[in-house]
Design a protein around this ligand. Structure first.
Ligand SMILES: NC(=O)C1=CN([C@@H]2O[C@H](COP(=O)(O)OP(=O)(O)OC[C@H]3O[C@@H](n4cnc5c(N)ncnc54)[C@H](O)[C@@H]3O)[C@@H](O)[C@H]2O)C=CC1
Ligand SMILES: O=C(CO)COP(=O)(O)O
Length: 326
């Protein structure tokens, strides 16, 4: 819808013939954006060749679990000069690769044409043209500015950032913290607990990101604190909702089935658990979420474990994370 507002001819690719028909005939996408009317210049197709051939910009927005498969299907039809942007938040399971790495491997060509678009941006509000701010990051400033040009509207303000690693890590890991925020709210804890999760969560995100080569300043920006705040506090968040359902005692499989939409934080918890070991980074909230999701630990004992950790000096810890002398 943002691109259509900027007068691009948009073709949306989907696997579902029913969804394509609904978008083409009614300009609606009932299952995923029930209340929205889409611009009538958006066409939908189940034919990848038709959707992608000749496109000057290709936006990938599949779940992280589908990124490699979708990119592989699209690759033969993407022109050499096409800008390739993704809005996916997660890592590839198993390989633990970031999404631009997956795209680079599948699409080939100039890696400088790859851009990640991320930040506090629930689709339900973007499609209503409510004020939204996001970041586009690319190794190439020119590519980032091309993406900024393509997406910026009076309702959708786009900033550039050269830190692809930081933007991708921030967008992925905040979903773990949002699952924790949903659990916390579902258990009946208050604003103090939520603020603690956000703040200590940001420390964890930054610690892993820096170990992976990110610029720490990215975590103070829209892709970092911005997306963390929106996902932990918004009624639209799938991750928050899944966390609050887990707090009711529902099994993970039941929660995911009831959600019917991707809850990226679940796979990301598994990935971050592995990344924290690989990079030797301490991630206590992620560790407790991992135990709740995959090791049958009760949410209440996870909270007790977090509250009962050894005493810590806040500034010494930050200084160590940032490689500063305290
Ligand atoms: N919904 C939102 O407001 C935002 C979502 N994102 C990210 O965008 C990505 C997608 O999220 P949503 O659209 O919310 O998920 P969703 O669950 O609402 O929609 C995912 C779509 O991908 C399709 N899909 C699933 N597996 C597929 C496969 N193997 N091949 C092709 N299509 C497949 C589904 O049929 C569905 O149409 C996630 O990484 C999410 O973190 C990022 C920013 C905002
Ligand atoms: O990343 C998002 C908002 O910026 C979407 O988060 P959820 O998947 O939790 O809805």
């Amino acid at each position: 819808a943002v691109l259509a507002d900027n007068e691009y001819d948009v073709t949306l690719w989907t696997r579902s013939g029913h969804q394509a028909d609904e978008i083409n005939r009614e300009h609606r996408n009932h299952k995923f954006l029930a209340d929205a009317v889409l611009p009538d210049t958006i066409a939908a197709s189940t034919n990848m060749e038709e959707a992608v051939t000749g496109a000057e910009l290709v936006l990938f927005a599949a779940p992280s679990s589908a990124m490699r498969d979708v990119a592989r299907q699209a690759a033969p039809y993407i022109g050499e000069s096409a800008l390739c942007v993704h809005a996916t938040k997660g890592f590839e399971s198993g390989s633990l690769k970031r999404m631009t790495t997956v795209l680079s491997e599948e699409l080939g060509g100039d890696p400088g044409r790859l851009v990640v678009l991320s930040g506090p941006s629930h689709a339900e509000e973007v499609v209503r043209r409510q004020p939204t701010t996001i970041v586009v990051a690319s190794a190439s400033q020119e590519a980032a500015e091309q993406a900024q040009d393509a997406f910026i509207t009076p309702h959708f303000r786009v900033y550039t950032n050269p830190d692809v690693v930081g933007v991708e890590v921030a967008g992925a890991i905040k979903n773990i913290i949002a699952l924790g925020a949903g659990l916390s709210d579902g258990l009946g804890f208050g604003d103090n607990a939520k603020a603690a999760l956000l703040t200590r969560g940001l420390a964890e995100i930054s610690r892993l990101g820096m170990a992976m080569g990110a610029n720490p300043l990215t975590f103070a920006g829209l892709a970092g604190v911005g997306d963390l705040v929106v996902t932990c506090t918004s009624k639209h968040s799938r991750n928050w909702r899944a966390g609050s359902m887990l707090a009711e005692g529902l099994a993970l499989e039941v929660v995911l089935e009831r959600m019917g939409m991707v809850v990226e934080g679940v796979r990301t918890t598994q990935a971050a658990h592995e990344l924290s070991a690989q990079f030797g980074v301490v991630m206590p909230i992620t560790e407790q979420l991992y135990n709740v999701l995959f090791q049958s630990q009760s949410p209440r004992s996870a909270v007790e474990n977090l509250m009962g950790r050894g005493r810590t000096h806040e500034m010494e810890e930050v200084a160590a994370d940032w490689g500063l002398h305290h």
